[in-house]
Design a protein around this ligand. Sequence first.
Ligand code: NAD
Length: 712
Amino acid sequence: VAAGNHVHTKCKLVDGVYVITLDSPNVKVNTLNTLLMDEFRTIVNEVDSNPSIEAAVLISGKPGCFIAGADITMIENCKTKEEVISLSKAGHEIFKRMENSRKPYVAAIQGSCLGGGLETALACHYRIAVKDSKTGLGLPEVMLGLLPGGGGTQRTPKLTSVPTTLDLALTGKTVKADKAKKLGLVDLLVSPLGPGLSQPADNTMKYLENVAVQIAKDIATGKLKVDRSKKGLVDKVMATAMKWDFVKNMIFKKAKEQVMKASRGLYPAPLKILEVVRTGVDKGPIEGYEAEAQGFGELAMTPQSKGLIGLFRGQTECKKNRFGKSKVDVKTIGVLGAGLMGAGIVQVSIDKGYNVVMKDATNPGLYRGVGQIQTGLANAVKRKRISALQKDKYLSNLLPTLSYDHFKNVDCVIEAVFEDINIKHKVIKELEAVIPEHCILATNTSAIPITKIAAGSRRPEKVIGMHYFSPVDKMQLLEIIRHPGTSEDTAAAAVAVGLRQGKVVITVGDGPGFYTTRILSTMLSEAVRLLQEGVDPKDLDNMTKQFGFPVGAATLADEVGIDVGSHIAVDLAKAFGDRIAGGDLGIMQDLVKAGFMGRKSGKGFYVYEKGTKNRDVNQDAVQILKDKYSLEPKGANTVEDQQLRMVSRWVDQFGADKLVKKMEEFQGLYGAPFKPAQTLIDMAKDTSKKFHTNGRDDLKGGPVAKTTNVPL
Ligand code: NAD
């Protein structure tokens, strides 16, 4: 009688326990969507009313994923704040019914249990989690500019503590099962075969189900009493201390300070989370849940949330290989050049299981590279990202060498030798004498056209750009550049390598500056003009950061290297003419002549004190600007206009029509760099068109990143 087959859930009665298996059809992960919520409602009715059901177990039919989060499209489809609020309230209602049911619910968690997934589990009476590498729990909503809207802000403090809740909800981090147990999120850990051993996923899930059914039954019969009063000592003390206003105030004040420091107050979500958690703590659950629903609705309508969701969808899109599966299955990579970039590329390859042969021209060069990799991995051990054993295992994947001998076994070469076309051509010739026919040849050049590099190869269809960013182990982006002769199969192989290295991969054409340098240069060239107009480097940094960039423009120039920037600027000026004629190129050349090349030379727009983070504005650089390059601002020099002059990216949010008006004003003052492109003029006329549609057909107009059903 009690068996029920729904679209997203299959239910069966096992020894009086209703086992609800979550398994959404035709998708890799379960997400919390309106349909699933409707099914939950039917299931809760069944559990409550069917006398043969004594207890219930929630488990996933997809190993690796319990519920990955709420379905973001569900939120995006809401046109008003009120619609979002009712979504949240519908969730509250169903979760409260589970929580208040006389019959116990047990969540049996394996795989990702995030956002709405964790909130589902929190509404259960007991949580069992598998202690394995795939299982992770967290409240990542803040990363999408939202807050946990399914009761997470109210139930988490009860099970853990206020500081733990704030830590989880404000950082969005994922914790492993054992950590979750320590925090109080999980009641019981199961590790089917003991740590380090693996067995078929199906066996694990069966074992988990058996344990969960037994526990559910024991709770129902009263054999197992769930007693959470024996929390950790710290949480116990904390629970008592939270009764004192001054402790409470201190905790929230400290958390707010950290939020302001990290976000400069630019993101409303963390501040709202603080407010909502506090409401629950101060005024109790009724007002707490109400504040949560209201806050969720407000945040969903903010441009910050829409922007972050867009970014998330874009990143998700970049994790797919649109070129399909390559015939070349890369197992062994040859890296040429053991410098800063080469060694970085090796590091992100050996830790993903690639065998790597790393060659340099000189012994000191090679050893420097090996040292960089060892230090990188040692730091990862120190930060507990990997174990010492893993470090040794990764290092055993590396073969450092001065000869080409081992290159006869490689499937892909990534060259990172000096940025000099003659050296690049020379190494390609040497490589082609040894590498196997199927091997692809990637270059990490920053600015030399891939077409030019491929001209030195006898198999240009296998040549491609793989442009990594420094420091390679930290920067997520990888820009893959196809020249017109690069084959689809080569692109497919390069993208596959990048994805396995854990990168967010964008694929672009072989234009000057590729993509990243091209958009950055327009911004930096205007930043230079602002410096010429007398803006202090510190003020320039502040205004760019206040606009939302993670690093200020003057600091960025120092990090990239003013010499490097100067080279690139000369090349791009040839290609784009007055489109990037913002600041005077001569400045950078004069700064380089004075030895001010940025952080690496100790002086750039700032003076760096070795071994410390201290730095002051380099007054000598400012003097050069004043003496030779000073300009009277022609206008548009409120901070808002100055910020606007440096960016042109977030058109959708600002409005193409408003932007075109501003650009025409700036064009009158500063000329060609601000001439609006025809696409923009067209979009200004039809404001329903957007550059970024997040996969929504009703917003079509520009380049589309089409994705659906992304979990939160
Ligand atoms: P680097 O000077 O740190 O390293 C270059 C290494 O190549 C040196 O160890 C050198 O000994 C070695 N080398 C030179 N000729 C060689 C040869 N014929 N055979 C084998 N090894 C040889 O330089 P880097 O910063 O690592 O840059 C390397 C490449 O990456 C350049 O093309 C650069 O433009 C590009 N790049 C650099 C950055 C960056 O931020 N540094 C970012 C992206 C791309």
